[in-house]
Design a protein around this ligand. Structure first.
Ligand code: ADP
Ligand code: ASP
Ligand code: MG
Length: 814
């Protein structure tokens, strides 16, 4: 004998019912079968909706009823195109009495739990009849038995408790002489000893099947549903979730208690003591292995078995100094809740006994508050305890695993990965048995939390990064192209799943929660919505994706001003924009503080030397306890280009123009030629070395002519270059006379910094610096005489993009 149960989706359409019949036919070849079925998918909800509408004097209940009827009739006709009269006739009768019941509810405008059970029973009674009737029509040895005649309960309507002695006997008696091979039974429904219709609780068809399996002592119970087993977490919310091959009864119970809807929690109870395994299978993919729930001692390297969640939770807090050391408070609290039939899902108690915190269903919270406030009325009046506090809109998230107790650090990992992603934890509970660790969080964070924890405990090898890039110009474009090209490599070799979730230039912006398809990102961006810096931030925040990174590829002060907002949302920042780091010292410090506080890294390697690892090297020196004494550097690719090409045979104006044309200078060349850009860079290096300094503190001796310094516009400036050629030639002539090269040098020495043009003699490390190369020499306590030198291409779109990319990857390796 086999016991199978098919859920709502499995019997939700004629196509799926045909699948079910095929499976039963196959199984029924060499064994007899008890097959429990749910109502057609969605019908129970619709029945309850019609009941509520009728109760509220809303005549729309008729429409809802018509929908239910139509759904059943269309399934019957599709399954039995030629021979459907008897089934239709039965359905007609059921629908008529259902309509009468709804009219009755409408008239008296009342829907008691007792009537509600009568109402929802139509779902399973009809589905079981349709399936059994269809099978008989097709000549199979099938029949239907109404479970209401077998399963006997108390009168606790909507969630009745089973009387096992009568029920087990009824089931054994019936099946000992059942005439047909395949018996179809409605799940969920039962009746009381007085003959009233009852139900076993929402999702209760699983339980019906377990009761029958236990009564008949079968070898295995099969629960057929719409997913291929019990998953590591809800597959509807986490794409990477996968089916668990084997799981213990306890783990399955914990997961379902904390929301894994695939199994109704009481289902395990009847089969547990008889050691009957439960096999969860997928009706839509019958060949998939599914999940086996049993007593088998399962060895697994991962102590966490699954993660589940329950939404619509309210947190109820009873607090007050009067509770400390006085017994009986909890007892009264729980008694009150029990009298009100309020289910407590989780409990936490501060060790001081000063407060107790409970998780219950949102919809029960008002009732709970009224009842508890009434019971503790005296204590509240005397100020011993506070009126109960209720917070709603919450979710419970639970890690489950029998073996978690033998492993240290699981809760640490759980809370730190949630914290890193700015998920606020409102309450925590961990039972002494440590089969679960639960936390209460805001419902809005649930998807992110499940994905974060799933990644942490089940995909430990892959880390997903979600980048939001602003400023897709010259450098940004290269960055996107590099990401596109390296995506697969990163996944295969570094286990980083890098996704571009947002892109913006100054005109448009585009987002995709699942990561943009980068093959045609230009078109998608061009067709995007109108860009706005604030909207870009709001969108990024609203998507609420784990490991979010904001990448600033602009040189825009308004973008830099938004960094605090990003950091406060725990969104990391990678920037080549130097403005924030070289702004007022207090602002720089505040960004560092926010970055620490919100656990959101702020990386800006490309602020100095483009892609060269200057800042990373410096931070490693400092972190390992070294101290910087002196820095000498050539940090401007543009000025290098200019002075490497300027001779007595060229014109200064022509060279500056050429540098602009080849993209080595900013559109306004004064930013480079005045030395401001270099000053910003040495300022950043000094700050990163631990010195408090502002831009005004840096001595800047300009090589520009007086009129060049005073020019108001870019055009005026270019005119001064022509007019003052003699001034620039004199700089060259002097250097030549001294056998030197002109280099624009930045220096930091014991707290003082300066920038300016210098004549560099032969033999100096700067002398042979070519093209747009940069060089930085760090003299530190550990490198007192021979400096640590970093040298290489210090400008250009490709190297800057790869520097940004390196920062992003650094976050992936975090
Ligand atoms: P049925 O109607 O077959 O009883 P349910 O809708 O009650 O099916 O349960 C199956 C659903 O449970 C899945 O479609 C899935 O959305 C949800 N679910 C939640 N958590 C899990 C999990 N850990 N594993 C599998 N399914 C889950
Ligand atoms: N039809 C019932 C429900 O939707 C029982 C079940 O499907 O398990 O809750
Ligand atoms: Mg179910």
């Amino acid at each position: 004998m086999k016991v199978l149960k098919f859920g709502g989706t499995s019997v939700g359409s004629s196509k799926n019912i045909n699948n079910v019949i095929n499976i039963l036919e196959n199984y029924g070849k060499d064994d007899s079968i008890a097959c429990v079925v749910s109502a057609v998918g969605g019908i129970t909800d619709k029945l309850l909706l019609a009941g509520k509408q009728a109760q509220n004097k809303d005549r729309n209940f008729v429409k809802t009823f018509e929908f239910i009827k139509e759904k059943h009739l269309s399934i019957i006709k599709a399954l039995n195109p030629d021979n459907n009269l008897s089934i239709l006739k039965y359905a007609e009768g059921r629908h008529n009495s259902l309509k009468n019941l709804l009219e009755g509810i409408f008239l008296i405008n009342e829907l008691s739990p007792k009537t509600s059970d009568k109402l929802v029973s139509y779902g399973e009674r009809l589905s079981s009849f349709i399936i059994a009737g269809t099978m008989m029509n097709r000549g199979l040895s099938a029949g239907r038995k109404n479970t209401q005649k077998l399963i006997i309960t108390n009168s606790n309507y909507t969630k009745a408790e089973v009387d096992y002695s009568i029920t087990n006997q009824n089931i054994k008696d019936y099946f000992s002489s059942a005439p047909q091979n395949i018996t179809i039974l409605p799940g969920f429904v039962a009746s009381s000893k007085t003959g009233e219709q009852t139900t076993l609780g929402r999702g209760g068809s699983d339980f019906t099947a377990a009761i029958i399996a236990a009564a008949l002592h079968v070898e295995q119970l099969e629960i057929w549903t719409d997913v291929s087993g019990m998953f590591t977490t809800n597959p509807k919310l986490v794409k990477q979730a996968y089916p668990i091959e084997k799981i213990s009864y306890q783990e399955a119970m914990e997961l379902s208690h904390f929301g894994a809807k695939v199994l109704y929690p009481p289902t395990v109870q009847p089969v547990l003591s008889l050691d009957i395994p439960i096999h969860i299978k997928n009706t839509l993919e019958p060949d998939a292995a599914g999940t086996v729930i049993s007593n088998e001692d399962i060895k697994s390297s991962n102590p966490v078995k699954g993660i589940s969640n329950i939404n619509n939770i309210a947190l109820l807090t009873l607090e007050g100094s009067g509770m400390v050391g006085i017994p009986g408070f909890s007892k009264r609290l729980f008694e009150t809740l029990s009298q009100e039939k309020i289910n407590v899902i989780m409990i936490t108690q501060a060790s001081s006994e000063h407060s107790i915190c409970l998780g219950i269903e949102d919809k029960e919270s008002k009732n709970a508050k009224n009842a508890i406030d009434a019971v503790f009325e005296n204590e509240i009046a005397l100020g011993k305890i506070e009126p109960i506090i209720i917070e709603t809109g919450l979710s419970i998230i639970a890690l489950v695993g029998d073996n978690m107790k033998n492993h240290q650090g699981i809760s640490g990992k759980m809370f730190s990965s949630l914290g890193k992603n700015n998920i606020n934890i409102r309450a925590i509970a961990q039972g002494a048995s440590e089969k679960n660790i639960t936390a209460v969080i805001d419902e809005k964070d649930i998807k992110k939390a499940l994905n974060t924890l799933h990644e942490q405990f089940f995909e430990s090898k892959t880390k997903q990064l979600n980048v939001f890039i602003t400023g897709v110009g010259n450098v940004g474009e290269r960055l996107v192209e590099q990401i596109k090209q390296q995506k697969k490599y990163l996944k295969d070799n570094l286990k980083i799943n890098l996704r571009v979730a947002g892109l913006s230039n100054s005109r448009t912006m585009v987002f995709d929660e699942t990561g943009l398809d980068l093959t045609d990102w230009n078109t998608q961006l061009a067709n995007g919505e109108k860009a706005s810096l604030q909207d870009f931030f709001e969108k990024t925040r609203a998507l609420n994706l784990r490991n979010s990174i904001f990448v600033d590829v602009t040189a825009n002060a308004d973008v830099a001003n938004l960094y605090p907002q990003y950091l406060r949302e725990s969104i990391a920042i990678v920037a080549c924009n130097k403005i924030a780091c070289s702004s007022d010292y207090n602002n720089y410090k505040e960004l560092k503080r926010l970055s620490l506080k919100y656990n959101a890294p702020y990386l800006f390697e490309t602020n100095v030397g483009a892609g060269l690892p200057v800042i990373d090297t410096l931070s490693n020196l400092i972190a390992s306890g070294d101290k910087v004494n002196t820095i000498q550097a050539v940090l401007s690719g543009s000025l290098n280009f200019v002075f490497n090409n300027f001779t007595d045979k060229t014109k200064f104006y022509d060279i500056v123009k050429q540098a602009g044309a080849e993209g080595y200078t900013e559109p306004d060349p004064r930013i480079d030629l005045s030395g401001v850009d270099v000053a910003r860079k040495i300022l950043i290096l000094a700050r990163e070395s631990g010195f408090k300094m502002n831009l005004e503190d840096i001595e800047n001796t300009s090589f520009l002519s007086e009129s060049g310094l005073k020019s108001d516009t870019v055009d005026d400036f270019y005119q001064t270059l022509i007019a003052d050629e003699a001034h620039y030639q004199s700089l060259y002539a002097s250097a030549k006379l001294n056998n030197c090269q002109l280099k624009y040098v930045a220096k930091f020495d014991n707290g003082k910094a300066s920038v300016g043009l210098q004549e560099i003699p032969e033999g100096h490390p700067f002398y042979n610096l070519e093209g747009s190369d940069n060089i930085v020499m760090f003299y530190t306590e550990r490198y007192p005489k021979q400096p640590m030198i970093i040298k290489g291409a210090g400008a250009g779109a490709d190297v800057t993009a790869s520097g940004l990319f390196a920062d992003i990857i650094r976050l992936g390796n975090d």
